[in-house]
Ligand binder design. Structure first.
Ligand SMILES: NC(=O)c1ccc[n+]([C@@H]2O[C@H](COP(=O)([O-])OP(=O)(O)OC[C@H]3O[C@@H](n4cnc5c(N)ncnc54)[C@H](OP(=O)(O)O)[C@@H]3O)[C@@H](O)[C@H]2O)c1
Length: 335
């Protein structure tokens, strides 16, 4: 099969597409997926170079998120509700290939309302943002939320989910992306957080009060505390800025705030019953059309995947960047 195969550690730009990689085989509790679209992630670039925590043995196919169909010739484990041909999305190692073997616990049914492109970037970003806002920060209708990197994968999902919850959203992002959270996320306001003193704009928008909740996937918590309300909540989601942020605890005390972590990847092991609830609620929300996954306008193929990863590395993309693995006849978003 055609796939992006890593045979030794190298930057993605040095890796050619392989045309005749063997198809994966299934193990216990796994099914074969015909991959249609796959989501690009920054950690792919780290993984090809051996700089990511997950180091599969060589040769391995790159890619971690997919949308596709359960292969017609896939074995189905006993008791598994999946059926051959079913549209699904999920996560597995090796999604930049025409077929991938995925564990049944890492597969969800793809709502009819969503295209493969929209489904390919859902599996990690959307439950992370949903559980962060709903389960962890308990965001309420009418509250002010500040989202940093609001045009990025988890950020734009957070903006949409918060709007669906009835919150008022201030999106912060770099200047070239400011239209994205407004146009695709429904944010109420957007600020350029690369500008000195951007927090004053947030204070002005909130009538001098500050936001109730900060959602931060970048490492801009300390900056954001200049525009949080006394007693506010801060969600620590990630460190896209490249450094693990350190926070002086006197600020936590003086601002009387709660700093809340979210690690969605641990839920299946640490809190599986909540993971089931989150997926149920999220799939209902996604099916309702009140939220719509945002796909970056340039779609890549296996032949242009290196350009996609380069665009991602250079911080050009927004929403979820997608690589089309197969032709998708008649397949388009129904929203
Ligand atoms: N806690 C969890 O369970 C969980 C789950 C998923 C992801 N995450 C983490 O959340 C973070 C964001 O993930 P994502 O999927 O939203 O990523 P993404 O789509 O690549 O977006 C990241 C955004 O961060 C901003 N950014 C600021 N400084 C940056 C820098 N130095 N390099 C690159 N981007 C920079 C960029 O927006 P601007 O150009 O507008 O600044 C970029 O669009 C990652 O650190 C990821 O590991 C955590």
């Amino acid at each position: 099969m055609k796939a992006f195969v890593v045979k030794e550690y190298a930057h993605p730009s040095k890796i050619p597409v392989t045309l005749d990689h063997p198809e994966p085989t299934v193990g216990p509790d796994t099914v074969l997926i015909d991959v249609y679209s796959a989501g690009l992630n920054f950690f792919d670039i780290l993984q090809t170079q051996g700089k990511y925590q997950t180091k599969p043995p060589f040769p391995f196919v790159l890619g971690a998120e997919f949308a596709g169909t359960v292969a017609r010739d896939s074995p189905i484990p006993p008791g598994c509700p999946l059926r051959p041909g079913q549209r699904v999305f999920g996560s597995a190692q090796g999604t930049y290939g025409e077929r991938v073997a995925a564990h049944v616990s890492m597969i969800q049914p793809l709502p009819d309302t969503l295209s493969f492109d929209q489904g390919a970037g859902l599996f990690v970003t959307w439950p992370t943002s949903y559980e962060a806002l709903v389960g962890r920060a308990q965001l309420k209708a009418g509250e002010w939320l500040l989202v940093t990197a609001a045009a990025g994968g988890v950020g734009i999902a957070a903006v949409q989910i918060a709007k669906a919850l009835g919150a008022k959203v201030i999106a912060a992002c770099s200047p070239s992306k400011m239209e994205v959270p407004l146009k695709y996320g429904g944010a109420d306001h957007v600020v350029d957080y690369t500008k000195e003193g951007w927090q004053k704009e947030v204070l002005k928008i909130t009538g001098g009060r500050g936001v109730d909740v900060v959602y931060d996937p970048v490492g801009r918590v300390k900056d954001s505390l200049k525009c949080i309300v006394w007693g506010g909540r801060v969600l620590v989601v990630g460190f896209a800025g490249g450094e693990i942020e350190k926070l002086p605890l006197n600020l936590v005390l003086l601002k009387h705030i709660s700093v809340i972590g979210i690690f969605w990847g641990s839920y299946h092991q640490k809190n599986p019953s909540r993971a089931v609830e989150v997926w149920k609620e999220l799939l209902e929300l996604l099916s309702s059309g009140r939220v719509i996954p945002v796909v970056y306008t340039e779609t890549y193929t296996l032949d242009t995947l290196v350009k996609g990863l380069d665009d991602l590395e250079k911080r050009k993309t927004w929403g979820k960047a997608i690589v089309r693995i197969r032709e998708q006849p008649g397949e388009k978003a129904k929203l």
